[in-house]
Ligand binder design. Sequence first.
Ligand code: GH3
Ligand code: MG
Ligand code: MG
Ligand code: MG
Length: 296
Amino acid sequence: MTLPTILIVDDEPQVIDLVCTVLTGDHDILFALDGQRALDLAIGESPDLILLDVTMPGRDGFEVCRALKQHPDTASIPVIFVTGRIDPEDETKGLEIGAVDYVSKPINPAILRARVRNHLELKQIRDHLARLASRDGLTGLYNRRHFDSALQQECDRVGRGFRPLSLLMIDVDHFKRYNDSMGHQAGDDCLRHVAAAIGQPLHRTTDLAARYGGEEFSVILPATGREDARRLAERIRQSVWAANLPHPESPFGRVSLSIGVATTPGDGRITPGALIAEADGHLYRAKEHGRNRTVA
Ligand code: GH3
Ligand code: MG
Ligand code: MG
Ligand code: MG
């Protein structure tokens, strides 16, 4: 199991040393001596918890906390202020700008350890719930809810003049017959296999594979033009074909996929609905022309 990562931010190295000694053993520790470095590390390393001094030269702790809460990549990282500023107004301010806790210096090791443990536990539960809410239970791919909001986000980005956006709609051929002849358990195994094959050629962290519903899957490919999207689709289709999963009721004798590809027009502007409709139209043509093919 990986250890939780804690970012300690304080302009005094002795404080960082002390906190390290208090927490050591059960955590990976990162540290920063100023606010800007703290923000860079938080964005780059996604720590599980941040212990943040208030009084520092340059950007002080309050400013850093505000910036963390505004950035989508760091907004959900819990922040605990660890500070000598003990008056209630400061504490109120710290909690109001989004810190989960406020611990006073001089540091009491037992109290700091206990609070860190509690907040790490809560973070773990939140992460777990977020994962459950966004994933499909059968395949582990993203679910429809997450797909819908991700596609909206990508379409908005295209509208602001970024690179092209492509979408794959993937459908298992003759899957009703597969279930009828092989049983639903085998059907589920087949869907898991297809999901794994879809994930395999996707290397960019921005690519997003989801279970669209039933035996249909969808892949969002940001910054990808039609030809590259078609190539990816073909790799997915061929890898399922090469797996040679027996399908006695299919004319091919094995499990196969049909795939429709959609790409934003050159001028940008597209809605999720229009992109899905194009991919669906191409998928329909793939089915009409005999299945086991990609239409782009
Ligand atoms: P086509 O080649 O035209 O796509 O035909 P098809 O039989 O694949 O399409 P259809 O939409 O008629 O059937 C889809 C089947 O997928 C029916 C449904 O029982 C099955 N299915 C949907 N979700 C699941 C699932 O989670 N597990 C299993 N085992 N089957 C599922
Ligand atoms: Mg300080
Ligand atoms: Mg279908
Ligand atoms: Mg189907």
